[in-house]
Design a protein. Structure first.
Length: 272
């Protein structure tokens, strides 16, 4: 019988090869594929919107941002449903949002209407980009906290829908951006400032699909789809205009009642 020696021919102990098996309890170093596929698709839509705006295809660019919104709303839900949340996914999602809902809408509206305004056009576009970056940074600092029923400031996807929705509607009716430069400037500036405001916007996070709802609600869903299909740009832009104003309505009403923001389940950060 041949025995394996523990020493080499020079008498020194043999070196043992480290096992390739991952020790128990050590965190997995890979990334989850499914939720990050949705995030990558949303990022691609933002990039595609920029490319289309550079080619003066503004309707396609705006539609790409709305597609990014849908995909962005799915990646988090998919991660929670499949229990594949991760710190990497959260950071990746935030970076993708900065492109799709920060840089892309600003560049789209700049190419469409603001470039002819000189430095004033730069101001509105940059205020929007900076507002999106600050909004996402503030949201990330609250990411570990319990979900809140109200957002602090306008969410960046809604701000992107407000800006690119306006471009979509006007381009659909064949109105040139140069004719509406000041209106585009106002909407872009408004969206950028509102993102970093303390105005409360309903988040919808307390709505769960597993809860039972009245039959009337189920019957209204096809009606909503039918209305949206009649004229998607106008309907979607109208919805986000109402949402973009709703926070100020809530804020003013509560101020008039002397309530302020007390009692609202709102995300807050002491650094802002």
């Amino acid at each position: 019988m041949r025995f394996k020696r523990n020493k080499n021919r020079f008498g020194a102990p043999r070196r043992t090869i480290a096992s390739a098996v991952r020790p128990a309890g050590q965190p997995h170093k890979g990334v989850y594929l499914l939720p990050n596929l949705f995030t990558t698709a949303a990022l691609f839509c933002g990039f595609y919107g920029i490319v289309q705006a550079m080619g003066q295809q503004f309707t396609t660019a705006a539609v790409a941002i709305f597609a990014a919104m849908v995909l962005d709303s799915l990646d988090g839900r998919v991660a929670r449903m499949t229990n594949t949340q991760s710190a990497f996914g959260a950071e990746y999602d935030s970076l993708a949002d900065m492109v799709s809902f920060g840089a892309a809408p600003a560049l789209i509206v700049y190419e469409w209407a603001l470039h002819g305004m000189g430095k004033l056009g730069w101001v509105a576009a940059f205020v929007y980009v900076a507002g999106a970056a600050l909004r996402l940074a503030r949201f990330n600092t609250n990411a570990a906290k319990v979900d809140k029923a109200w957002f602090q400031g306008l969410p960046s996807p809604a701000a992107a829908a407000l800006v690119t929705g306006f471009v979509w509607v006007m381009d659909d009716v064949k109105m040139a951006g140069a004719e509406l430069d000041w209106l585009a400037w106002t909407i872009t500036f408004y969206a950028g400032v509102t993102m970093v405001s303390s105005v409360p916007f309903f988040s919808g996070k307390d709505f769960h699909f597993r809860k039972s709802v009245p039959f009337l609600v189920l019957a209204l869903i096809p009606l909503a789809f039918a209305l949206a299909s009649q004229d998607p740009p106008k309907v979607l832009f109208g919805v986000f205009v109402l949402y973009g104003l709703s926070g100020y309505v809530v804020y003013v009403v509560r101020r008039l009642k002397g309530q302020g923001l007390k009692g609202l389940d709102i995300e807050e950060d002491k650094h802002f």
